[in-house]
Design a protein around this ligand. Structure first.
Ligand SMILES: NC(=O)c1ccc[n+]([C@@H]2O[C@H](COP(=O)([O-])OP(=O)(O)OC[C@H]3O[C@@H](n4cnc5c(N)ncnc54)[C@H](OP(=O)(O)O)[C@@H]3O)[C@@H](O)[C@H]2O)c1
Length: 248
């Protein structure tokens, strides 16, 4: 994968040429405290999708970093909307990445955490039914679970009639899931930003203009702007820019 998707560091320490996975892992290192990292891909004109899906924006270099970020996290947080729309399958890592996790004292696979207010979820979806680690569904106390969901996932309830994300993430931390990677989508990103829970945004910018129509990578009720300083800029041979912005 790394050979087919060469990536160089532009800033802060420019590399003379493409870098290996160890260099990328150091650039995206796990934090020394509970941490929420968002990962999105967008077009140069700010689209969240192409023809309704993120796949059209995601080239080989974005996929390379996407996979590395999955390898580095304790839990993968995703909104129910994106899980349903993108037809999420079970999180699988190849043997090389599982070996890296074992060598670093992590479980073989990260835990999938699905955020849903309605619990309109299909227990037969492969993300649940084939999961190598029992997934968690973060919901609220009034949500009614469909038949079979508790057979394939733990339901964690915070909030009376809407999900209390602050309390929910604190519970994930208590369960040992400190390094959280969130793959969206836009409504969850908007809500996490409003709750001031976002520590980092990793953004791939694909070299194309999607044109009018698609939304942004964030959505929902307006909230105050948050400062997120630039930490690195990577450039891929396929023309994708890979940015990392983080509070710390
Ligand atoms: N470019 C990218 O990197 C990227 C990444 C991800 C997604 N996408 C795209 O984004 C689109 C999907 O977006 P979407 O509008 O469906 O947004 P979304 O944020 O993926 O999903 C919205 C749904 O997720 C659940 N949810 C989100 N925030 C919640 C909260 N604070 N509390 C409780 N539940 C919450 C709710 O599910 P319930 O209805 O079950 O309550 C809500 O209806 C797709 O086109 C997808 O391809 C792009």
């Amino acid at each position: 994968m790394s050979d087919s998707a060469p990536i160089s560091v532009l800033w802060p320490d420019p590399s003379p040429g493409p870098v290996d996975d160890d260099t990328l892992i150091a650039r995206y290192a796990r934090a020394d405290r509970p941490h929420l990292r968002m990962n999105f891909v967008t077009s140069v004109d700010g689209a969240v999708s192409l023809d309704g899906y993120s796949a059209g924006l995601s080239g080989a270099s974005d996929k390379r970093v996407f996979g590395l970020l999955r390898m580095l996290c304790d839990a993968l947080l995703v909104a129910a909307g994106t899980l349903r729309h993108e037809r999420y399958r079970a999180i699988r890592l190849d043997e090389r990445r599982r070996a890296w996790r074992r060598a670093h004292g992590l479980t073989e696979y990260p835990t999938l955490v699905v955020v849903s207010g309605s619990l309109n979820l299909d227990p037969a979806q492969a993300a649940f039914a084939d999961a190598p680690v029992r997934p968690v569904v973060l919901t609220h106390r009034n949500a009614a679970a469909p038949p079979g969901l508790t057979d394939v996932a733990d339901l964690v309830r915070h909030g009376d009639d809407r999900v209390d994300l602050v309390a929910g993430l604190a519970e994930l931390h208590r369960r040992g899931l400190g390094q959280l990677l969130c793959e969206g989508g836009p409504h969850l990103f908007g809500a996490l930003t409003a709750a001031d829970l976002v520590d980092e945004v990793c953004l791939s910018i694909a070299p194309l203009a999607a044109g009018a129509g698609p939304g942004r990578i964030t959505a929902g009720a307006p909230s105050p702007a948050r400062s997120l300083p630039l930490r690195h800029v990577l450039r891929a041979d396929d023309g994708t820019l890979l940015l990392r912005h983080a509070r710390h």
